[in-house]
Design a protein around this ligand. Structure first.
Ligand code: GAL
Length: 337
């Protein structure tokens, strides 16, 4: 058997699903459709609870959305309000005046039914979700299917989102996994970023300013940046937010980050990835292992607040009668020395 299921909370149907072989192991939970852990050669490469943490309580309290599926909408919608087809919608203002990650009743907060398909070296978890307009105040009821597939041979985790809505609405999902490829509890400063970082600056309120971008590689004249280079770049936007918390334009078909031993390669059909480098830590786990710049996210999605930036042509608009479909994968490669 390449997987097992542990019941974490019987009353609430919360399970922990472990998919493993001798080389790697990945753990998912149906609570928020999360990735809980991913171990390669015995090393955890994503942030999540430790042995001394109670998993359910940990995720209820953790304010950084570790590993969670985010929806309907990843990132901030300014003032928690938007207009679509001439109608004004008011969302929950759960982050200052803004709506963040779809609000407190978003996908991250719920428990989902799932089924597992086991094809020996590939195990697939298919979650189904029903999101009602009254749950999160977006228009339309949506039916969502999120598929997490783990290929033990390729050491590749892929995510597929599919959704359809009863009315025109916004749909901009992503996974909020944080990576750190280091063996010890060091920050991500030593990680190299193999793609250019061309980002959209933010206003003081953390909302994207405009569609004018800044290219960090060009600003500091370096082809391959480390996160240390970025943090020490002196760029106003990086200083202001104590790191990266920005949507980045994707040019190539893949996006790669590495340290000396491992490499993570992301592929997606999305045009943007929000990178967040865990810039301020004011909550911790039982053993206090969460630290500033202790991980980075690769949130593949449309530009947050695209509805205000692009109006009717915002890519996050999901029209009634259309099916949303998007795929992102993360693959771990060990480096030959
Ligand atoms: C990110 C967001 C950050 C922060 C984080 C959760 O996606 O851009 O500003 O809110 O989620 O801690």
């Amino acid at each position: 058997m390449a997987f097992n299921i542990e019941i974490l909370d019987d009353a609430n149907n919360i399970d922990l699903i472990t998919i493993y072989d001798g080389n790697s192991e990945i753990k998912f939970t149906n609570f928020g459709m999360r990735i809980v852990d991913w171990k390669v050669d015995g090393r955890s490469i994503v942030l999540g609870p430790n042995e001394n943490d109670d998993l359910v309580q940990y995720y209820e309290e953790n304010p950084y959305f570790f590993g969670a599926t985010i929806g309907r909408y990843g990132g901030r919608i300014e003032n928690g309000t938007f207009e679509l087809n001439g109608q004004n919608y008011k969302l929950e203002q759960n982050d200052a005046k803004h709506n963040l990650h779809g609000g407190s009743n978003g996908l991250h907060s719920r428990v989902f039914d799932y089924e597992i398909i086991n094809e020996d070296k590939i195990v697939t978890v298919i979650y189904t979700a029903d999101m009602k307009s009254e749950d999160d105040y977006f228009p339309g009821n949506i039916q969502i299917r999120v598929t997490h597939r783990y290929d033990l041979i390729q050491m590749m985790w892929s995510i597929h989102y599919e959704a359809a809505s009863t009315e025109d609405t916004l749909f901009n999902p992503m996974n909020h996994v944080y990576f750190n490829l280091n063996k010890t509890n060091q920050t991500i400063e030593n990680h190299r970023i193999h793609n250019e970082i061309e980002f959209y600056p933010l206003k003081e309120n953390q909302i994207v300013k405009s569609l004018d971008t800044v290219n960090i590689n060009e600003e500091i004249g370096k082809e391959i940046l480390t996160f240390r280079d970025v943090f020490e770049s002196g760029l106003e936007q990086i200083k202001q937010f104590n790191g990266i918390d920005h949507p980045v334009k994707l040019g190539d078909e893949s996006f790669t980050v590495s340290n000396d031993e491992l490499e993570i390669e992301m592929k997606t059909d999305q045009d943007h990835v929000v990178i967040f480098t865990l810039n301020d830590v004011d909550w911790n786990d039982h053993d206090h292992t969460i630290q500033e710049h202790g991980g980075f996210t690769l949130e593949t999605q449309s530009i947050p607040d695209d509805i205000h930036l692009l109006g009717d042509s915002a890519p996050s608009i999901l029209r009634n009668g259309k099916t949303f479909s998007s795929e992102t994968s993360y693959q771990i490669k060990t480096k030959d020395k």
